[in-house]
Design a protein around this ligand. Structure first.
Ligand SMILES: Cc1cc2nc3c(=O)[nH]c(=O)nc-3n(C[C@H](O)[C@H](O)[C@H](O)COP(=O)(O)OP(=O)(O)OC[C@H]3O[C@@H](n4cnc5c(N)ncnc54)[C@H](O)[C@@H]3O)c2cc1C
Length: 160
């Protein structure tokens, strides 16, 4: 494994690939959430409002309202009006929700045009293994990707 590199820098990965002369059409789908420390409702399961683009979920730190997709690149400042809009919508469905005192957050989902992650050698630079571009499912797919990357690094056949 000596001398090998795993390129797993999320939405910034294409910038590093570029230094090796490889152009990758990676975009960032920015998403927002607000964590409400005292949500005011007894929420016992995740609730997805698919038609409205947001999810409400209980965490140990409170109730989180999140979602949204914004094509805003890596350097624009966050537009927390998007997080506010989701809170307003959530309150409409869950009138008891206490929407005050929340902590807002914006993050980058690294997305490729075909929605499939880039896993495997960087073209022309076989010692660099790519592992990025999981779009909306980076947490879900992390363990599977790690197993494939480990096989590639150790020269084993990757599983189905
Ligand atoms: C709002 C939102 C909701 C999400 N919901 C879900 C969900 O429901 N289910 C799910 O599975 N996933 C979800 N995700 C995760 C998301 O889908 C991503 O796919 C995932 O976070 C990508 O993981 P990553 O490890 O590739 O990148 P990241 O988690 O972004 O990690 C990349 C790391 O690389 C570092 N880095 C960048 N540049 C450099 C550099 N030059 N040198 C060294 N380090 C560098 C960064 O600091 C960062 O630590 C959500 C993400 C967001 C933003």
């Amino acid at each position: 494994m000596k001398g090998r590199v795993v390129l797993a820098a999320g939405a910034f990965s294409h910038l590093l690939a570029r230094t090796a002369g490889v152009k990758i059409p990676l975009e960032t789908e920015r998403g927002y959430n607000t964590t409400l420390p005292d949500g005011g409702i007894d929420l016992r399961c995740q609730v997805t409002f698919g038609g409205h683009g947001f999810v409400v979920v209980r965490l140990s730190s409170g109730i989180r309202v999140g979602g949204a997709v914004e094509l805003g690149g890596l350097s624009l400042p966050p537009n927390y009006a998007r997080a506010d809009a989701m809170l307003t919508k959530a309150k409409r469905f869950l009138p008891g929700l206490n929407t005050t005192g929340g902590t807002q957050w914006m993050g980058f989902r690294p997305s490729l045009p075909d929605t499939l992650p880039a896993i495997g050698p960087l073209p022309g630079t076989p010692n660099t293994i790519c592992a990025f571009g999981h779009g909306h499912l980076g947490l879900t797919q992390a363990a599977g990707t790690a197993a494939i990357v480990a096989d590639l690094l150790t020269g084993q056949a990757t599983g189905p």
